[in-house]
Write a protein that binds this ligand. Structure first.
Ligand SMILES: [Zn+2]
Ligand SMILES: [Zn+2]
Length: 348
């Protein structure tokens, strides 16, 4: 049988003391009288544990802030916490808390209260937004021609989506401005809060559109001993798009898949496909758009030729089949340049 070294009571002991002598005068939790919580007056996010968060109600914020402010002795193992926040006025909330713990195998319960005070501030992201802060500009253009509006909108949408991915890990990222250009060449400027993200997006676009990226950095200021560079990424898309007809090396080709460094093209006469580096494609001239390609009804077909009807003039004429030609359906894709007609080798 063990007994308490302090009062002599017999029974189980905790560090040589009975339960009541062991727990006497001991406190395992502390909570400050006041807990301050900052809320951004612009985006209304709250700063909790070093992070800016969007939280529905102030009761919930007050409870979370109280839980974060609680300190528990390392001898105690917390088992269960209950919180109850109540509004006193708009800026002050009363929070009651109970903490169930295990100390040396004993169940211990404590209750604490505090006042959470809400303070107004401006978060770093809103500071940057309002100061029109920017580090990177994407200048998106098309080589040798005006950027079509549908392409421009498609690109803006892609940039938007990529930004959403990036902001998931870093809320201080944002698009500062989108300028749709009305100049002869058109295109768009997208101004971003981060040049690192600008670089990343510029190269993603290069990948998707076989574009070329040119980077120019300019030191604008030194901020807290750190250099601030503004970087411009000129993303130049080729004049051609997927499905266009181009003249390359004097011969007509259908444009296929576009990659960061190369473009796949297929010769209209020989059906031969090849990968051409984008730098070699800069001299390729667009002679027809995807939307210029006609769907002509097949009237008759032999081994070497198909007889088709022009969809507008209804004239019937024969076209020689390019190698590997395979028809799918009742119509074939035909491209007209000047007086000549070409049967597209790829009919997909
Ligand atoms: Zn005792
Ligand atoms: Zn804010």
């Amino acid at each position: 049988m063990s007994f308490c070294v302090k009062c002599g009571a017999e029974g189980p002991t905790y560090r040589s003391l009975c339960e009541s002598c062991f727990l006497q005068g001991k406190v395992f939790t502390t909570l400050p009288d006041h807990v301050d919580v900052f809320q951004c007056g612009h985006c209304e996010d709250y700063l909790l544990d070093g992070k800016w968060l969007s939280i529905e109600t102030r009761e919930e914020v007050a409870e979370k802030a109280t839980e974060l402010a609680l300190q528990i002795s390392k001898d105690a193992e917390p088992l269960h916490v209950t919180l109850h926040g109540e509004r006193i006025d708009e800026a002050n909330y009363h929070v009651g808390m109970t903490i169930a713990m295990s100390v040396e195998g004993l169940d211990v319960n404590e209750a604490r209260t505090t006042i959470v005070r809400f303070k107004n501030t401006s978060c770093p992201r809103c500071n940057k937004l309002m100061g029109n802060y920017y580090e990177g500009t994407l200048q998106i253009r098309t080589r040798d021609r005006k950027m079509p509006e549908d392409l421009r909108e498609e690109i803006i949408e892609r940039v938007d989506k990529m930004m959403q991915e990036h902001t998931r890990d870093n809320r201080e990222l944002f698009i500062s401005k989108v300028n749709r250009l009305t100049t002869t060449h058109g295109g768009v400027d997208v101004v971003l809060s981060s040049s690192a993200v600008g670089k990343n997006i510029a190269h993603e676009l290069a990948d998707q559109y076989a574009a070329e990226v040119k980077e120019t950095a300019k030191l604008v200021t030194q901020k807290q001993g750190k250099d601030l560079y503004r970087v411009t990424f000129l993303v130049r898309l080729p004049a051609y798009r997927f499905g266009d007809i181009v003249r390359h090396d004097g011969k007509l080709h259908l444009v296929g898949a576009l990659r960061a460094n190369s473009t796949k093209i297929t010769n209209l006469k020989t059906s031969q496909s090849l990968m051409v580096s984008n730098s070699d494609m800069t001299s390729a001239k667009v002679v027809g758009r995807r939307e210029d390609i006609l769907d002509a009804v097949v009237v008759a077909e032999t081994d070497r030729e198909v007889q088709v009807m022009h969809p507008a003039s209804f004239k019937v004429f024969d076209l020689r089949k390019p190698p590997k030609f395979q028809r799918k359906g009742d119509t074939v894709k035909v491209f007209q340049l000047d007086e000549e007609f070409y049967l597209l080798p790829l009919q997909g």
